[in-house]
Design a protein around this ligand. Sequence first.
Ligand SMILES: Nc1nc2c(ncn2[C@@H]2O[C@H](COP(=O)(O)OP(=O)(O)OP(=O)(O)O)[C@@H](O)[C@H]2O)c(=O)[nH]1
Ligand SMILES: [Mg+2]
Length: 421
Amino acid sequence: MSESVETAKNRRAKQRALMIAVDQTGGASLAELGELLRTAGVATVGEVMQRRSEPDPDRYFGQGKLEEVKEEVKRTGANLVACDDELAPRQERNLEASLGVPVIDRTAVILDIFADHAHSAEGKLQVELAQLEYNLARMRGLWTHLERLGAGIGTRGPGESQIETDRRLARDRIAALRRRLRHVEQNRGVMRARRQDSSLPQVALAGYTNAGKSTLLNALTGAEVSVGNRLFHTLDPTTRGFEFESRRYLVTDTVGFIEKLPHQLVEAFKATLEETVLADLILHVVDGSAGEERMQAEMAAADSVLDEIGAGDKPRLLVLNKIDLLDREQRSEARIGHPEGIQVSAVTGEGLDALRKGMERAFEETMTPVELLVPYSEGARLHELHEVAGKVDREDGPEGVLVRTRLPLGEVHRFADLATQ
Ligand SMILES: Nc1nc2c(ncn2[C@@H]2O[C@H](COP(=O)(O)OP(=O)(O)OP(=O)(O)O)[C@@H](O)[C@H]2O)c(=O)[nH]1
Ligand SMILES: [Mg+2]
């Protein structure tokens, strides 16, 4: 780790945050925000929640509750307030003015973690784009504020021209980043096209951050992707293959999901998330040891991101990971609660064979039986068939090889000219 990152971590560790949230359902929890802050190197010293149907559009909380927050800031020695929702620039400003400490929102925390965890050139570009877009919205807010203030006292706001310049620079930079990302995406597109061409079944690991997707990729394919007990450890996609019952599968591990994943990130990581959209099958990985309530929340969060990126209708298998942490009773409860879920442990390897079988079955279901006659002069196509179909029954005849097999629906047309009927 470079020294500057180290220093940044130390600086942040000195930050002590009081967490605040509007509780719209009566069952809200700040555990996830706490975990996000921990990942970002910020300590948490307490929380204040207010039960109300909607956040106040100006100050997020009601006036009375704000007094309570102020008291809590004093009592706990917090030097930062972290809000569980994305704040409108106006809410953020008003909160800071009345609380006297910096206020950050959930999106800023997540962006900070992404910035810290981005390693590849593409990842860094994507994070910078998301951050700039987030900041640009804030500058605009500030600008309106100053403008209004200026008009009130008969002068223009002092920071006005600076903000104008900043906004222009930010816009230029955003345009440049978009161009560079498009370029990187084209390269990735070439690699992806090569994979699609190979017609191997494409499987994407998707699910809540920290569910164990990378560990599962390693267990299934022998890859050595880095694993970590922190949120958003993986940002860059990795694809590896494995073989089962004479068919090869390609598995891709990408960035994890979370509740209210900032739209700037979904937007900036479009190319990365596309790996999931283009897969034939999604393994929805869930931390099976998190407890039913948490699991429901994490599954719902994953569902909503999958919908948002247009992968909502993809064939899916539910994978309950980390069952090594469950006793026998808990396992059978999980089985009753999620009968379709395949229970595995990416760490001990338990259940992985059932998972491979489940994947095979899922693909079989999308396959069509065909009978083909491959002339002896077209040996290359026989090879191609083997790649696509895996298991192939063949019988040598006078005109060529008679082949009976099952093909993925999308591949049937490629061999239509060889069909016997
Ligand atoms: N006990 C147990 N721990 C596991 C299992 N699978 C993963 N873990 C642990 O869970 C933590 C997260 O694992 P990762 O594989 O990094 O999770 P991920 O889903 O890739 O997370 P992100 O990349 O952050 O989205 C690590 O500490 C792993 O060692 C499992 O089957 N059993
Ligand atoms: Mg990972």
